[in-house]
Ligand binder design. Structure first.
Ligand code: LRH
Ligand code: MN
Ligand code: MN
Length: 382
C-alpha cells in the first residue's frame, strides 16, 4: 500500500476532556463556547473529524461524561459522524480514594473501585466501545505507609475480575505513570509493571503508553519497540511534556521523538487498528478545537515522515555497520517537508487542504460562543 493510502486510513482518537475548560491547580481559565455536557463535547469532536478526516472516534471519561442513556449518547455521536472510542475509568476523584482505589487497604473501597471499572465495561457494551482504559492514581507518599507487595496483590485481584468481565472483542489497556499524585511509590509506575500484570491476564490486557508519563530522558521508542514485539502494545495517550505530565499538544515539545515513536510503530507492525492512537491532552490557554486539529495534524506529519523512511536503505546501512549512513537515512525522512503531501491527501479526501484555516472560516466557533453559556469544566487539572 502506498504512503497516501496508509495515511488516509490513519485513525486518531480525540478525548472528550480536551474540549472542556481545564487548567492547573493554580487556575482554570474559562473559555467561551465550551461544551456544557457530553453531547456538546461530541459535537465539537465531530468538527475535528470533519476538518481532518482522520479523527472518527472520541474517548469518554467516566464519570466526567456521565449520562443517563449511553446508547443514546452513542447514537448522537453517530449522527455527528463520529463514534465512541475508549472508555476511560476514573477512580481518582472520590474522597474514598485518598489511600488508593483498587489497592486501598480497605476491602470496601476496593470493592467500590472495582465496581466502577465493571460499570465502565457496561458502558462499553452500551456504546459499542471495544476498549477500556485503566489508569490508577494509586500509590503512597511515605515509606512504610502501606505494604508495596500487598498492594500489587490487591491490584492483580481487581484487574482479574475486570478482565474476566470483558466480552468478545473487548480489551483493556493498562496505563502506567511514573508519579503523581503519589510521590513516593506508585502502584503502576512503569511499563514493566503494567506489562507483567497484562501478561498474566492474557491477550485482552495490553499496555498503553502515555507519552507524558516517563522520567525525563526515557527512550520511549524503545518501550514501544519492546511492547510491540511482545504483542502487548495496545495504544498511546499522545501529548507533549517539557517537565512532567504536562498534557501539552503532541508534537509541540519534541516532534523528533514523535517521529521516532512512529518509526517503531510502523516497523514493528503496529500501524493498524490494533494499536490505538489516542490524544490525552488539555488546552489550558489555547482554543480547544483548533488545539485538537493541530494535534491531529502533528501526529499525521510524524506518521507521514515515518512512512517515507527508506527502510531498505536503512537496513543496508545497518547491516554494513554504516553508522553515519544509517543515521542519515533516518534524518532524511525526518527532515522531509510532508505538509504539501498531506495537503493534497486532504484534497483527495474532499477536505480543505488547510484544516486550521478551514475551521476558523467555518463560523463554528462564533456559533458555539453565541449558543453556549456557562461551559462545563473538563474535570482534569483543576
Ligand atoms: C493520568 C492520565 C490518565 C487519565 C487522564 C485524564 O495522568 O494520563 O490517562 O485518565 O490523565
Ligand atoms: Mn493518559
Ligand atoms: Mn497523564
Amino acid at each position: 500500500m502506498d504512503t497516501a493510502s496508509r495515511l488516509r486510513e490513519q485513525h486518531i482518537e480525540t478525548p472528550s476532556w480536551a474540549y472542556g475548560n481545564s487548567g492547573t491547580r493554580f487556575k482554570v481559565f474559562a473559555q467561551q463556547g465550551v461544551p456544557r455536557d457530553p453531547y456538546e463535547k461530541l459535537a465539537d469532536a465531530a468538527q475535528v473529524h470533519a476538518f481532518t478526516g482522520v479523527a472518527p472516534t472520541v474517548a469518554l471519561h467516566i464519570p466526567w461524561d456521565k449520562v443517563d442513556d449511553y446508547a443514546h449518547l452513542a447514537a448522537h455521536a453517530r449522527d455527528h459522524g463520529v463514534a465512541i472510542g475508549a472508555i476511560n475509568s476514573n477512580v481518582f476523584q472520590d474522597d474514598d480514594y485518598k489511600l488508593g482505589s483498587v489497592t486501598h487497604p480497605d476491602k470496601a473501597v476496593r470493592r467500590k473501585a472495582t465496581d466502577h471499572l465493571l460499570e465502565c465495561v457496561e458502558i462499553m457494551d452500551a456504546t459499542g466501545s471495544d476498549t477500556l482504559k485503566l489508569w490508577f492514581s494509586d500509590g503512597i507518599n511515605y515509606p512504610g505507609q502501606d505494604d508495596l507487595r500487598a498492594r500489587q496483590d490487591r491490584l492483580a485481584e481487581s484487574l482479574k475480575e475486570v478482565y474476566d468481565r470483558l466480552g468478545d472483542g473487548q480489551r483493556f489497556l493498562l496505563e502506567y505513570k511514573l508519579f503523581e499524585p503519589a510521590f513516593y511509590a506508585t502502584d503502576v509506575p512503569d511499563w514493566g509493571t503494567a506489562y507483567a500484570h497484562c501478561l498474566k491476564l492474557g491477550p485482552k490486557a495490553q499496555v498503553v503508553v502515555d507519552t507524558g508519563h516517563h522520567a525525563p530522558g526515557t527512550n520511549i521508542e524503545f518501550i514501544v519497540a519492546f511492547l510491540l514485539r511482545e504483542g502487548k502494545l495496545g495504544g498511546f495517550d499522545f501529548n507533549s511534556r517539557f517537565y512532567a505530565d504536562d498534557d501539552l499538544m503532541v508534537g509541540a515539545a519534541d516532534p523528533f521523538q514523535l517521529f521516532r515513536i512512529m518509526v517503531e510503530v510502523i516497523g514493528g507492525g503496529g500501524y493498524g487498528p490494533h494499536v490505538a492512537f489516542m490524544l490525552d491532552q488539555c488546552h489550558n490557554i489555547e482554543p480547544k478545537i483548533p488545539g485538537q486539529i493541530r494535534s491531529v495534524m502533528n501526529v499525521q506529519e510524524a506518521t507521514a515522515k515515518a512512512l517515507l523512511l527508506d527502510r531498505h536503505a536503512l537496513a543496508t546501512a545497518q547491516s554494513e555497520g554504516d553508522v553515519l549512513g544509517a543515521n542519515a537515512v533516518l534524518m532524511d525522512a525526518y527532515n522531509t517537508d510532508v505538509r504539501p503531501m498531506l495537503a493534497s491527501l486532504r484534497e483527495s479526501m474532499g477536505l480543505d487542504p488547510d484544516p486550521m484555516g478551514a475551521y476558523a472560516r467555518s463560523g463554528y466557533f462564533e456559533k458555539i460562543c453565541a449558543d453556549r453559556v456557562g461551559g462545563a469544566q473538563a474535570g482534569w487539572g483543576a
